[in-house]
Design a protein around this ligand. Structure first.
Ligand code: PMP
Length: 445
């Protein structure tokens, strides 16, 4: 037996949900990639702070001062968690999508952006500004191919500003990308690089210094801190040179009415420039609390525990021939606790509905906001899925139009993975299903 640490306490461990027959079971949350449950520690920290809640940067009272201090300390905690360089900034945002849109808004006009088509839509789409050009790179089939493709795209791309956007770990396959090598390639060609760490940061320590990326973005709600905050961290020069992402109080240092009737603004430098409006202090505090909790629990031990669960899952699924795991780099490639698959003769939406209704297991089905990647993995371009997933693919033998994703993390007990594997085995042994009737009738063809 492998000696691994215990899961960290999270909220929702004892939540009971009804099954189709009326019986109740404890919920198995296996959708961490969408939103992870809050660490108990984050919840406790937030509850302990709540009586002292006050406005940040906007009050003379004691609790306002305290909240301001905690907000700025949270920034420092995140900087330490990400191992930032001197001079790097931490900007609090709403989540990864917001962070990447913020970065897109500060890119100098004419910046050439390079992104693999395998990205999550949050890192694929924000660059579509009129004054930028975007080069989408085809899905690579190995980490080496990814680096070579980027090198090729950047070679001869000129002297102007360039940005590469890359994911640290895929939200579909869970595969870990060769970030350090891609950053080196980007820098060799004078490009900057932003790391979408939405899926990597909750599962692996991220060192900005060591990976040598220019920016990193992640979401609190995937890092066990579901209180509405995310982070964009990294180099300050483009952030300080651009117009604020949002215009308003907090972003402006002075505002004066001119004699000609216009209004002159001097904007802040530093993170405040892009944090207009009253800051989400509880969200920031929760993110910092999660960073501390992961570090104090021993992030490396959590990584080991997750790898142990991944092996348990892989071994279980390997014994079920109807299951096809989706992968770009091969099933043996290192991954985080995220895995997508299809089941022969099953519609993925119906399969996921059955996992919920008959076993109390919460997974996700669909195209996971990464349509080009999932279509590539499923083998070809497909029509957009209908509201119910893809009922038209539910006939036996037809190709799936969407997939099922199982994902877990620091709070997942062995039992959830075991229950999941047993449920998959039982469902496929029921034989081909061309329709699964959920109780509410949502996916009845
Ligand atoms: N990037 C990746 C890789 C993701 O998995 C997600 C969320 N699924 C995002 C970006 C967007 O994160 P959010 O919805 O928290 O903005």
């Amino acid at each position: 037996a492998v000696a691994v640490c215990a899961p960290l306490p999270v909220l929702g461990r004892d939540v009971e949900v009804p099954l189709v027959g009326g019986e109740k079971v404890t919920y198995a949350a296996l959708d961490y990639a969408a939103s992870a449950p809050a660490l108990q520690r984050v919840w406790d920290d937030v509850a302990a702070y709540a009586p002292y809640y006050g406005s940040v940067h906007r009050g003379a009272g004691y609790l306002s001062q305290l909240s301001t201090d905690l907000f700025e300390q949270s920034r420092a905690t995140v900087a330490e968690f990400l191992d930032l360089r001197d001079g790097d900034q931490v900007v609090f945002t709403r989540a990864t999508t917001d962070s990447l849109n913020l970065l897109a808004s500060v890119l100098p006009a004419g910046t050439r952006v390079f992104a693999f088509e395998t990205e999550h839509h949050a890192s694929l789409l924000p660059w579509r500004r009129d004054d930028l050009t975007v080069g989408y790179l085809r899905a690579p089939r190995s980490p080496e191919q990814a680096v070579a493709a980027l090198e090729e795209a950047l070679a001869g791309s000129g002297d102007g500003p360039k940005l590469v956007c890359v994911t640290g770990a895929s939200n579909v396959t869970g595969e870990i990308w060769p970030v350090r090598e891609l950053a080196a390639a980007a820098h060799r060609h004078g490009a900057r690089i932003v790391l979408d760490a939405a899926q990597l940061a909750p599962h692996h320590p991220v060192s900005v210094r060591d990976l040598d990326v220019d920016w990193v973005a992640f979401s609190g709600h995937k890092l066990y801190a579901p209180f509405g905050a995310g982070v964009l961290a990294g180099r300050g020069d483009w952030l300080d040179a651009a117009e604020p992402y949002l215009a308003g109080g907090g972003a402006s240092r002075t505002v004066a009415r001119e004699l000609d009737g216009s209004v002159a603004v001097e904007w802040q430098q530093g993170p405040a420039r892009h944090e207009a409006g009253s800051p989400n202090v509880i969200g920031a505090y929760a993110v910092a609390s999660a960073c501390r909790a992961l570090t104090e629990a021993g992030f490396d031990r959590l990584v080991d525990r997750e790898q142990y669960l991944i092996e348990r899952l892989r071994a279980g699924l390997a014994g079920i021939p109807q299951v096809r795991v989706l992968t770009l780099f091969g099933e043996e490639h290192p991954r985080v606790g995220v895995l997508s698959f299809v089941v022969r003769d099953w519609n993925s939406s119906h399969f996921s509905a059955a996992l919920s209704a008959e076993y109390g297991i919460g997974v996700r089905d669909g195209l996971f906001c990464a349509h080009p990647l999932v279509r590539t993995l499923l083998g070809g371009e497909t029509a957009a899925p209908s509201e119910c997933g893809a009922p038209e693919a539910s006939l036996p033998g037809e190709r799936s139009l969407n997939a099922i994703r199982v994902s877990f993390g620091a709070g997942t007990p062995d039992e959830h993975v075991d229950r999941f594997v047993a449920a998959v085995r039982e469902l496929v042994s029921d034989g081909a299903q061309w329709a699964y009737r959920t109780e509410g009738g949502r996916c009845v063809p």
